[in-house]
Design a protein around this ligand. Structure first.
Ligand SMILES: *[C@@H]1O[C@H](CO)[C@@H](O)[C@H](O)[C@H]1NC(C)=O
Ligand SMILES: *[C@@H]1O[C@H](CO)[C@@H](O)[C@H](O)[C@H]1NC(C)=O
Ligand SMILES: *[C@@H]1O[C@H](CO)[C@@H](O)[C@H](O)[C@H]1NC(C)=O
Ligand SMILES: *[C@@H]1O[C@H](CO)[C@@H](O)[C@H](O)[C@H]1NC(C)=O
Ligand SMILES: *[C@@H]1O[C@H](CO)[C@@H](O)[C@H](O)[C@H]1NC(C)=O
Ligand SMILES: *[C@@H]1O[C@H](CO)[C@@H](O)[C@H](O)[C@H]1NC(C)=O
Ligand SMILES: *[C@@H]1O[C@H](CO)[C@@H](O)[C@H](O)[C@H]1NC(C)=O
Length: 276
């Protein structure tokens, strides 16, 4: 009888414990989902930070790291330098950075010490083919290059019509080109044996007079993000995805692959019912 009482006392306690454990593990699961599955980053100042761009290790996709400065400006880091982000278009997976300014009273951009804009080619960002680059204060060597460095090159109109680059009028050669070749996918090179300054314009209509050009910018695109990397199922949203080995890579990486008919939506970072 004593044993029975003990047992009956024990049994409800056990199920309470079980209930508590279940509740807390559900809570843990919920927390884990929020931390490790796709979470869009909070705004930086007034600027929305769309997926997969990531301002902290726990939001977005950390491979797509950018920075939010203390003044609420988004910053794009290159290998040795950083540039303010002017705009972001998550639908086209592109962002525009502000090119480096000239060192005052010179025709040398402040990033010449870093050899211009140099992207890390191991990261999922590259320079789009929508940029018109004007190279300023170039050496005569550039006349041998495939760039348009002729006396009718657009860069001359730009220099003539732009007060802020009047220091570049003395440069022996200037050149104009459109990005897009493999040599400009990850860099806009600035150096002594080439050109000492540059500017860049996105989707520039070459027929427009210079006073109607938009402000300088360099457009960069990012690759579509893959499914979120997971260690175990708790890292995935169990309702929509399953943690399993990535068939495309043999290095044992696991990802949250979408369940059933659901499709991975790389724009929003979710498994979704609707066709993209
Ligand atoms: C950001 O938002 C604050 C508060 O709404 C506003 O005062 C400020 O002007 C905004 N800044 C920009 C750059 O839009
Ligand atoms: C043009 O570039 C050269 C080489 O870097 C530099 O010595 C010269 O000062 C530059 N010209 C101007 C006007 O800054
Ligand atoms: C970039 O930084 C690395 C390490 O700090 C340095 O070794 C390299 O020379 C730098 N490159 C340029 C172009 O500044
Ligand atoms: C380039 O990016 C890769 C991948 O994140 C990183 O491992 C590497 O250290 C970066 N290289 C430099 C020079 O910063
Ligand atoms: C250089 O650009 C100018 C202005 O766009 C153009 O008229 C000229 O034909 C170009 N020259 C070469 C060699 O492409
Ligand atoms: C730029 O100005 C120089 C000097 O005034 C002039 O010779 C040249 O024709 C102008 N070039 C263009 C493209 O406006
Ligand atoms: C740049 O990135 C885009 C988008 O991921 C890709 O389609 C393109 O092939 C890349 N270009 C180069 C030269 O790597």
């Amino acid at each position: 009888m004593g044993l029975k009482t003990q047992f009956s006392l024990f049994a409800p306690m056990k199920s309470t414990t079980r209930f508590l454990l279940l509740t807390s593990s559900l809570l843990l699961l919920t927390c884990a989902t929020h931390v490790t599955s796709v979470t869009t980053c909070p705004p930086c100042g007034n600027t929305t930070v769309p997926f997969p761009l990531s301002t902290t290790a726990t939001c977005g996709d950390p491979l797509y790291k950018i920075r939010c400065s203390s003044t609420g400006t988004l910053i794009f880091d290159t290998l040795n330098n950083s540039y303010p982000i002017e705009s972001i278009d998550p639908k086209t997976q592109r962002l525009v950075i502000q090119p480096a300014p000239l060192i005052p009273n010179t025709c040398i951009t402040t990033d010449k010490v870093h050899q211009g804009i140099q992207l890390n080619n191991s990261l999922p960002f590259n320079i789009t083919s929508s940029n018109t680059i004007v190279y300023l204060n170039c050496t005569l060597l550039l006349l041998q290059s495939p760039l348009n460095c002729s006396s009718s090159s657009l860069c001359h109109s730009y220099i003539n019509a732009t007060a802020s680059v009047s220091t570049c009028q003395s440069g022996p050669v200037c050149c104009t080109f459109r990005t897009g070749g493999s040599s400009t996918s990850y860099m806009i090179r600035v150096r002594d044996v080439g050109c000492s300054a540059y500017s860049s314009f996105v989707n520039l209509d070459w027929a427009l007079p210079v006073d109607r050009w938009s402000r300088p910018g360099l457009e960069i695109q990012w690759q579509s993000p893959r499914e979120t990397v997971c260690g175990s199922q708790t890292d995935c949203d169990s309702a929509t995805s399953t943690c399993r080995e990535d068939g495309f890579s043999s290095n044992g990486i696991r990802r949250c692959f979408c369940n059933g008919d659901l499709l991975w939506d790389p724009i929003h970072g979710v498994c979704t019912q609707t066709q993209l």
